[in-house]
Structures are given as structure tokens and as C-alpha cells.
Design a protein around this ligand. Structure first.
Ligand code: S3P
Length: 441
């Protein structure tokens, strides 16, 4: 039975063709807003993503007394200035800081509040309140920060900073850029060198951006360090397009016969375009070409076109973090490929906006595709002759990336589908359907 309140997705009437720019990268936008807020002076930002998650970071900074003057531009991005607190620090907010759905806001906030003697309660929506936070509070407590309740793994949590932070060397139990960034942000204020070792490389936007704001930073493949204390200085940031958003359009081009799509000015940070490498290995027509750098971030063009024969592949655990946010859409592509696709070391999927491992398995089951978990691996057995049955309603569980993955599946299949709770796309890509429309030939 299809749910009447769900979003109805009709199959595309024509192939997707042409060039498009996707909105600014979410991870880089959060960091630009937060680092500019910590810095002395006025930073100029452009290309900032205007989405619910980034709005959560902006609102949090305003509650802490930061002067944020970002306005909407003709292309839908945010641009303008942020004047940070520098050596003065934040003000005591009157109310808890509600991070909405944004794990990045909540976890990075914990790092940036570490040295300040104020008491801040951090909370979020129901999804964020279910996500683990102890991974962040544990290293920050070692640095001298206090949390109430001190053993809490879930929001709301109240933080009390410590002006005499200890520099630490910390071996992170999982590859998480949010954990790494929080520790490094606290390390900016600690005396000495703070080092974070990771079991596998996570996205490195923090290590690339902190030096631009005047923080002595060193980084290797699975290690990053900052030396403090230092007062950050203002810097200008132009945010490139978000590859995680581009992935939905590129996957649609690969699956919809006759399509050919080119995404311009998108981040080509290798830690973020593991999905391009994965799609190449599946036999897809896809290529990326570097055009230049914004700060230290590479950006360029990614092109993809319809691919008749796709085959499954194995993604090793060491590379999992580079495709972390793209598993829902890669699963949709894997469902159309011959053979089995294996995502190894995929445990982090279980603690995303929802349990993405289970949600992918359940969603694919609705269309007759076998997907299963074994240990921490996710397996999908594809079917190149996949026919989506009538009357399917996919659940998003309020997860933006699941919403867009199921929509791509419906757009590229021969059968209409319904997607329950699809509005949550606004968390990262409010204009997704407009961009699809602009590509319809
Ligand atoms: C992000 C890191 C990743 C990613 C999230 C954004 C970031 O989360 O899934 O969408 O901007 O640092 P984890 O740090 O939990 O792996």
C-alpha cells in the first residue's frame, strides 16, 4: 500500500543532460562558520551551503555572541562576514543550544567550547539525541573539560570549559572527522601539541583549513596535530560544491538510459570522492578533472553518463570513511549491478542520522534485492534486470541521504515509488529536485 502523505516519485520522462553546480560542501561550510567564529577579526565567506544543518551552526554561533552577517545570494548560497570572538571568547548563552539534526554542529561545538568558563547545554532533535557523544566527551575530559552528566553518551549534555586545557595524544577508536576536529579545536587552546591518531583516514578539511586561520598544524594519513595555545586570525573561505550532493545527480546519470551529466566547481578532496573511485570500479562511466584549489581544497568537475553494465565490487575497510555518506546512493547503484557489492568495516553506518545499515537492507528488500549484514560488513546482491514493483513506499527515518537515494531509485526506474518523509532533504540539499529538473533534457 502506498502512503498518501509520502512524496510521489515519477520515473524521469527523459534522460538527464547538461551541466550543474551543486550547493556548497556541508563539512567545509560548518568549519568555515565555526573557525571564523573562533578567530580574531572579520572573515569573508562565500559559497556557504544554505541548509538546515549549516543554519544550526550559524544559530549556535549567534547564541554565543558571534556577529554573523551571511545573506542569501542569487545562486542560493550564503555569503558575507563573520566577526569572531578571538581572545575574548563566547558569551554565556541564555538557553540550551539546539543543534537540530546536525551531528557536526554538536560535536564540533564541544571542541570549540573547551577552554571557556561558561556552562552550555547542547541538545538536538530526536535523531541527534540518539547518536553517540561519549566518543567526543571522553578525549575532551582528558584535556580537562567537564561534562554533566559526565558519563553521558547522549544529548542533552552540559559542558563547562577549562582555561587550563592539557594537550593530549589520543588514539581514536574509530575514524571520525567530527571527533578528530573537536579534539584539534580544543588543542588550539591547550599548551603544547595535541595529536589525534586515527585507525583509518577520515576527511581532512579541518587540517587543511586550520593553518589558513593561523593554527600551526601538521597532518599525515592517519594523524593530525596542532600546537597551542594560539589566537586564530580571520581568513576568507570560498566553499566549493558538495561531492556528497553531487553523488545523487551522478548516480542518476549512470542509471538513467541516455543521460550525461557534468557537475562543475565541486570539491575533489580525495577523502570525499571515494564514491567516484567505487563507481569506476563498478564499471561506471565517470571521471573527475581537477580545475584548481580553494585555499588548500582541490575542486573541479565530475562527469558521469549512463552505463549499460555495472558490476559489484568490494570496498575495503581502510577506504570506508571516504564513502561513508555515499553508502545509501552507492547501495542503489549496487542494486542494479551484476554480482555482490561489499562495504567492509561499515559499523559507523549504524550511528548516522538513522541506522543506515538496517535502512538500506529494509529498503532494498522492498524491491526484491537481497542485502544483508555479516559482522560489520554490508553485502548487496544486485540485479541488472531489476524491475521495481508497483506500490513501494520507502522509509527515510528522517535521514536526508536515504531520502535522496530512494528518490534517485524511483526517478531512474520504470515504476513510480513513494518516499515517506522526503522533506528532510533540506538538511543538506534543499534544491535537489530543482537541480534534477534543470537537467531533464
Ligand atoms: C562529517 C564527518 C562524518 C560525516 C558527516 C560529516 C564532518 O561523520 O558522516 O556527514 O563534517 O566532519 P563522522 O565524523 O561521525 O564520521
Amino acid at each position: 500500500m502506498s502512503d498518501q502523505s509520502a512524496f510521489q516519485v515519477k520515473p524521469l520522462a527523459s534522460p538527464l543532460k547538461g551541466e550543474v553546480r551543486v550547493p556548497g560542501d556541508k563539512s567545509i561550510s560548518h568549519r568555515a562558520v565555526l573557525f571564523a567564529s573562533m578567530a580574531e577579526g572579520t572573515s569573508k565567506l562565500s559559497g556557504v551551503l544554505d541548509s538546515d544543518d549549516v543554519r544550526s551552526s550559524i544559530k549556535a554561533m549567534q547564541q554565543l555572541g558571534v556577529d554573523v552577517d551571511l545573506t542569501e545570494q542569487a545562486d542560493g548560497s550564503l555569503a558575507g562576514t563573520i566577526t569572531g570572538w578571538g581572545g575574548g571568547g563566547p558569551i554565556q548563552p541564555d538557553e540550551p543550544i539546539d543543534c537540530g539534526n546536525s551531528g557536526t554542529t554538536a560535536r564540533l561545538l564541544m571542541g570549540m567550547l573547551a577552554p571557556w568558563e561558561i556552562e552550555v547545554t547542547i541538545t538536538g532533535d530526536d535523531s541527534l539525541k540518539r547518536r553517540p557523544m561519549r566518543r567526543n566527551t571522553a578525549p575532551l575530559m582528558k584535556m580537562g573539560v567537564q561534562f554533566k552528566p559526565d558519563e553521558a553518551d547522549h544529548l542533552p549534555i552540559t559542558e563547562m570549559g577549562n582555561p587550563n586545557l592539557r594537550a593530549i595524544t589520543y588514539d581514536a577508536p574509530m575514524a571520525s572527522a567530527q571527533l578528530k576536529t573537536a579534539v584539534l579545536m580544543a588543542g588550539v587552546y591547550a599548551k603544547g601539541t595535541t595529536t589525534l591518531n586515527e585507525p583509518a583516514p577520515s576527511r581532512n578539511h579541518t587540517e587543511l583549513m586550520l593553518p589558513e586561520f593561523g593554527v600551526p598544524t601538521t597532518a599525515g594519513t592517519r594523524v593530525a596535530s596542532v600546537s597551542g595555545p594560539v589566537i586564530m586570525h580571520a581568513s576568507d573561505v570560498n566553499v566549493p560544491g558538495d561531492p556528497s550532493s553531487a553523488a545523487f545527480l551522478l548516480a542518476a546519470a549512470i542509471l538513467k538510459r541516455g543521460s550525461s551529466v557534468c557537475v562543475k566547481d565541486v570539491s575533489l578532496n580525495p577523502a570525499r570522492i571515494g564514491f567516484v573511485r567505487t563507481l569506476e570500479r563498478m564499471g561506471a562511466n565517470i571521471e573527475d578533472v581537477r580545475d584548481g584549489y580553494e585555499g588548500k581544497e582541490p575542486y573541479g568537475t565530475i562527469k558521469a553518463s549512463f552505463t549499460e553494465r555495472l558490476h559489484g565490487c568490494e570496498i575495503p575497510a581502510q577506504h570506508f570513511a571516504s564513502i561513508l555518506d555515499e553508502v545509501p546512493i552507492l547501495s542503489v547503484v549496487a542494486a542494479h549491478a551484476k554480482g555482490v557489492t561489499v562495504f567492509k568495516g561499515a559499523a559507523e553506518l549504524r550511528v548516522k542520522e538513522t541506522d543506515r545499515m538496517q535502512a538500506v537492507i529494509d529498503g532494498l528488500e522492498l524491491i526484491g534485492i537481497d542485502a544483508w549484514e555479516e559482522g560489520d560488513n554490508l553485502y548487496i546482491e544486485g540485479d541488472p534486470d531489476l524491475q521495481v514493483p508497483q506500490g513501494v513506499t520507502f522509509q527515510t527515518h528522517g535521514d536526508h541521504r536515504l531520502a535522496m537515494a530512494w528518490m534517485v531509485l524511483g526517478l531512474c526506474s520504470g515504476t513510480p515509488v513513494s518516499v515517506e518523509g522526503a522533506d528532510c532533504m533540506s538538511v543538506s540539499y534543499p534544491g535537489f529536485l530543482d537541480d534534477i529538473k534543470s537537467l531533464e533534457a
